[in-house]
Design a protein around this ligand. Sequence first.
Ligand code: DX5
Ligand code: ZN
Length: 214
Amino acid sequence: MVILIIQVGVSILSLDYEDVSVIDQALMRASTANSVHFDVMDGKFVKEKSFDHEFVAKVQSNLKKVVHLMVKQPEKVVDKYIKAGADTIIFHVEATRSPKKLIEHLKKKEVRIGIALNPDTPVNKIEKLIPEVDMVLVMTVKPGKGAQKMIKAPLKKVKSIRKKYPMKDIAVDGGINAENAHEAIEAGANILVSGSYVFGSDDPKLAIDLLRNA
Ligand code: DX5
Ligand code: ZN
């Protein structure tokens, strides 16, 4: 049996992007996380709009920068986020007509690649792409807003991907907290993305520990 270490990505989806120092301070309180997960929203793929690559570049953190692009035609913006210091680029399969081409491009740029699935998108939409990417991100809420309740049905997808790919990074994103994290881990997720639970807690480092050990 393969045992994967559970990692925690702390999600930033703030609309208050004028003041980066607020985010820097929040990240300092969550410095034991494995990565910072930037939720980029374009107002097209999802209703809301968040920050852009300039904001990602300004954030001071030792954590790996993972950029979750909830944007239409991600191929048009990926290079800007790579320049902004992204360690991993996650794009939505629903958002691009040519995921294969985009994967090839990202490989050339030597960045880690994640592919995201909305709660209702079946795994067969990415079946052929999974071997080409480093991470699959399974959304457990509809993208576009933080602090939503976790939808549990997508965990079945986590289970089926894990069965075929024992070593692949599988992230779950949306509504994850210390009460439900164990269900995601049992299904086979090894990366837990969490925003409101970690940052809403009095002690973000403890919250991160509770997620890791759920
Ligand atoms: C949803 C985002 C998530 C989400 C995580 O659109 O992709 O990353 O905001 O935040 P919580 O943990 O509050 O659901
Ligand atoms: Zn996200």
